[in-house]
Write a protein that binds this ligand. Structure first.
Ligand code: GLA
Ligand code: ZN
Length: 682
């Protein structure tokens, strides 16, 4: 057993003699797992009543004969052309109200009865045909669910969803605040999907009615979840056990992955960072994905070995970067490292997308060599990391409802973006080396010393009380501007529920263009703050940071309140990175949670605890220069078998710190927590 290694394989695109070459090269690169059939619907179902599995049979047989394991897709991420022509309901209607014709992928209307019938049937037949094949280790439903549809079928589905949620029109009218602008609904059929034709005259984030837009986002996420559930149920008719997943996209706004997580047997996701300076952001996405199922390891379902093709400009991963980022995924909980794609297709929009094997089929390319070297390394490491858990004492709250509500809000500012706030706080925690879980607002908070909730706009499910309990027992809670403002329906609170815990109130706020700076002084150091300046009025809290300019110069920007045995911090302005880091350093220090490389900004550390209780410390150098590691991060590297004191650029080392005398016991105790139950080895 070892970390699975391989990726998306589409040999239906090329002749069979090439398949032989593929498998020879897979052997050379230690490839053991192939994701097959992701876009094969037109092949497996060439007509309404015609199914043809001959190509899929051959692909699976050939892969199984080579001893490879298969993640088998239902192939419903793109519907066939004949279906769109014969059953126009399967295509989507876009935000502008344009009914789409056949084209593209990820293109089906989630509410179309035709799409639902056909997708379930093809999934049912694929499962019936291949269930029990020992090569199949997972089912892959659809592909990268996302987007939205605004057709009449979705409108009808939305009305049904609303009836189930609100029960009565009067409850809906109250939730949506429809007395405003004469919007009271007197019949369910009056309700239209919020689009460019209705509430959104100025674009997708500009709605006149937040309540309906928020509910449509929730509904769309649920409508696609229903599609996933339908197919999963169809698979379960023939295969009761093999885990079922779909590939998520990390920090992806349209789908509330927390609402989906329970329906996946394990989480998998596709990592396509926007640039090569994305180390912290990727760590956040990995932690978010791991947090979807309570810390259970996930699969890295896709990453490019070299370049993507979907962006206007597609930078190449530098030598060593693919390896570094693969180990980063493992450091954060991946039990599989898979690529898109195994061999480059020759035509259409992904012909220049990176692949393990390029068009020429050569094994003497840099990319192939790096893939093969990593394959050898993963094989040599074997099962050591499988099923390991992250012993986090820090939780970062992440909430799609807050994300949506904040970004569809008119005022205080369009310039504050949810992810910018979350990534700023996450980056500071990451740089200071805190192992953290990214968790939904419904998760238990009992295991955490520190709970950070950036831009937690919406408070629901008794969260204010649960946060107060964290501080009361001695923990630290930190939240920021625009937190605790609205209830589950996106209506402002009359009394803000976080106020007692934070010991403050906010009556006024000032928003400025991005170039405007209001300095904030914290403990004698001055930092920049931008975009939004809340005028924080202490009501018991200590003032930690104050504004320097304007009529509110000298008033509170950052506060800390004592609550029980703990603290509750409020940061009322968007501080620069140094300011956020100063605050986070103080919070982590209080709990002894600074990581062993906290003062090495390019060095990432992460701990995983194996099912046997062994603590593994991952050390990753994202910088361009070699770094001397502190004694707590030096030891015998499990990958090289050698002692490591200096880590080169893109360097990776893994230590078993339970066994390493170099690690200070104080640090180990500070980060100690029991491992969770091991997941089923897939
Ligand atoms: C996504 C898809 C793949 C492929 C890659 C290319 O992740 O799932 O089918 O298009 O992007 O980067
Ligand atoms: Zn639709």
């Amino acid at each position: 057993m070892k970390i699975r290694y391989g990726g998306d394989y589409n040999p239906e695109q090329w002749p069979k003699d090439v398949w032989e070459e593929d498998h020879r090269l897979f052997d050379a690169a230690h490839i053991d797992t192939l994701t097959v059939g992701v876009f094969t619907w037109a092949l497996t179902q060439p007509g309404p009543d015609v199914y043809d599995f001959s190509t899929l049979d051959a692909i699976i047989e050939r892969a199984a004969a080579a001893g490879r394991r298969i993640c088998l897709a239902t192939g419903t991420g793109a519907h066939p052309a004949w279906m769109a022509r014969a059953h126009p309901s399967v295509t989507r209607t876009d935000f502008e109200g344009r009914k789409h014709r056949f084209g593209q992928r990820h293109n089906s209307c989630p509410s179309s009865p035709d799409f639902r019938r056909f997708s379930v049937e093809v999934a049912r037949r694929i499962a019936r045909r291949y269930a029990g094949n020992p090569a199949i280790v997972a089912w892959h439903v659809g592909n990268e669910y996302g987007g939205a549809c605004y057709c009449d079928l979705c409108a009808a589905g939305f009305r049904e969803w609303l009836r189930a949620r609100y029960g009565s029109l009067s409850a809906l009218n109250a939730a949506w605040y429809t007395t405003f602008w004469s919007h009271t609904f007197t019949d369910w059929d009056e309700i239209e999907p919020p689009s460019a034709l209705t509430e959104h005259w100025r674009g997708p984030d500009h709605t006149a009615f937040q309540g309906i837009t928020l509910d449509y986002l929730r509904f769309m996420s649920d409508a696609m979840l229903a599609n996933y559930r339908d197919e999963k149920a169809a698979i379960r008719q023939s295969d009761p056990d093999t885990p079922v997943t779909t590939n998520f996209m990390g920090l992806y706004r349209p789908i509330d992955y927390h609402r989906w997580a329970a329906d996946l047997d394990f989480v998998s996701w596709d990592n396509y960072p926007p640039d090569d300076r994305s180390a912290a952001r990727m760590a956040l996405a990995h932690d978010l994905m791991r947090g979807l199922k309570g810390g259970q390891p996930f699969w890295l379902m896709e990453q490019t070995p070299s370049v993507t093709a979907c962006r206007d400009v597609n930078p190449l991963k530098r030598p060593g970067v693919m390896r570094l980022w693969s180990w980063q995924a493992v450091a954060h909980g991946a039990d599989a490292v898979l690529f898109f794609q195994m061999r480059a297709g020759r035509g259409a929009s992904e012909k220049y997308h990176g692949a393990v094997i390029g068009h020429s089929g050569r094994s003497d390319t840099r990319v192939f060599r790096e893939v093969a070297d990593l394959g050898a390394e993963l094989s040599a490491l074997g099962p050591v990391t499988l099923g390991a858990r992250t012993p986090a004492r820090v939780a970062l709250l992440f909430d799609w409802d807050s994300w949506w509500a904040l970004e569809i809000s008119d005022g205080p500012t369009r310039l504050v973006r949810y992810l910018d706030v979350v990534t700023a706080y996450h980056r500071a925690l990451w740089q200071l080396g805190a192992d953290l879980d990214v968790i939904p607002v419904t998760a238990p908070l009992d295991d955490y010393d520190v709970v950070v909730a950036p831009a937690l706009h919406m408070i629901k499910n008794g969260l204010a009380d649960r946060l107060a309990a964290v501080a009361f027992r001695g923990g630290t809670v930190l939240t920021t501007f625009l937190s605790g403002r609205v209830d589950e329906d996106d209506n402002a609170f009359r009394t803000e529920p976080l106020s007692p815990l934070l010991g403050i109130r906010v009556d006024e706020w000032d928003a400025r263009e991005a170039s405007y700076v209001n300095p904030v002084t914290i403990n004698g150091s001055t930092f920049e703050s931008r975009l939004l300046f809340e005028l924080v009025i202490p009501e018991g809290a200590d003032v930690v940071g104050t504004y320097r300019t304007d009529f509110y110069a000298g008033t509170a920007a950052v506060t800390r309140n004592e609550w029980g045995a703990g603290h509750a911090w409020y940061v009322g302005a968007a501080l620069d990175d140094a300011g956020v880091s100063a605050v986070i350093r103080e919070v982590l220090s209080r709990h002894g949670l600074l990581g062993p490389c906290a003062d090495l900004p390019d060095v990432e550390t992460a701990v995983r605890v194996t099912p046997d209780g062994d603590r593994l410390l991952f050390v990753l150098n994202h910088g361009a220069a070699p770094v001397e590691l502190p004694p707590a991060c030096a030891g015998v590297d499990l990958l090289s078998g050698h002692p490591v004191r200096t880590l080169g650029p893109n360097g990776v080392a893994i230590y078993s710190i339970s066994a390493s005398p170099g690690v200070s016991s104080a640090w180990k105790t500070a980060t100690a927590s029991p491992p969770g139950p091991a997941i089923t080895q897939m």
